[in-house]
Ligand binder design. Structure first.
Ligand code: HEM
Length: 158
């Protein structure tokens, strides 16, 4: 049961990273509607990840790394945990400013309206950090899952 939740949590975080890249692709091609939809999908998948991750923690399931290069593994794990925690406020900041901008603009064809521009500028400033951090968390989450599949030992909640 806990192992299945663990598998689904890694699937959702990786898919959220894919949706994020799709959203970046759309905005690069000036397709704002598709950008918004892709980013809502990415955020929903990341929220689902958080629910599954917290459920797994609640079940007390834990694996210990017993492979080579233990120091490198710990550095990877710590950077992943710190940036995963940072990703939540970063994503909320990006979403909040996009939402306020959309409300002020009325529709996505009107983003340069005076009241909206300030929020979309802030949105751009937030996403400069949100996108790389989110991608790092998604990719390292997957790497950690693969490493623990090969060199992990269940220490709690088998
Ligand atoms: C956390 C989710 C989101 C992320 C990570 C994200 C990411 C991005 C990125 C990377 C850009 C390009 C910035 C640049 O060119 O410097 C951008 C622009 C934009 N985003 Fe988002 N976005 C998100 C959610 C949304 C949502 C929900 C909306 C719609 C309400 C939206 C509307 C826009 C618009 C209109 C632009 C163009 C702004 C401009 O040209 O100044 N974004 N976003």
């Amino acid at each position: 049961m806990a192992e299945t939740i663990n598998q689904w949590s890694v699937i959702t975080i990786v898919l959220s990273g894919v949706a994020l890249l799709v959203g970046v692709y759309f905005i690069r091609h000036r397709n704002r509607e598709a950008h918004m939809r892709a980013m809502i999908v990415a955020s929903s998948l990341a929220t689902l990840f958080l629910v599954l991750y917290l459920t797994r923690l609640g079940l007390g399931y834990e694996k210990k790394y017993v492979g080579p290069n233990h120091g490198a593994y710990i550095a990877l794990l710590i950077s992943h945990i710190i940036l995963a925690a940072a990703n939540l406020p970063l994503a909320l900041g990006a979403l909040f400013n996009a939402y306020r901008g959309l409300k002020a603009a009325g529709n996505l064809g009107n983003i340069d309206a005076p009241g909206a521009r300030v929020y979309f500028n802030r949105h751009r400033a937030w996403v400069r950090w949100t996108v790389p951090v989110w991608l790092y968390v998604a990719v390292t989450g997957w790497i950690i899952y693969l490493l623990l599949g090969r060199w992990g030992e269940v220490i709690k909640g088998a």
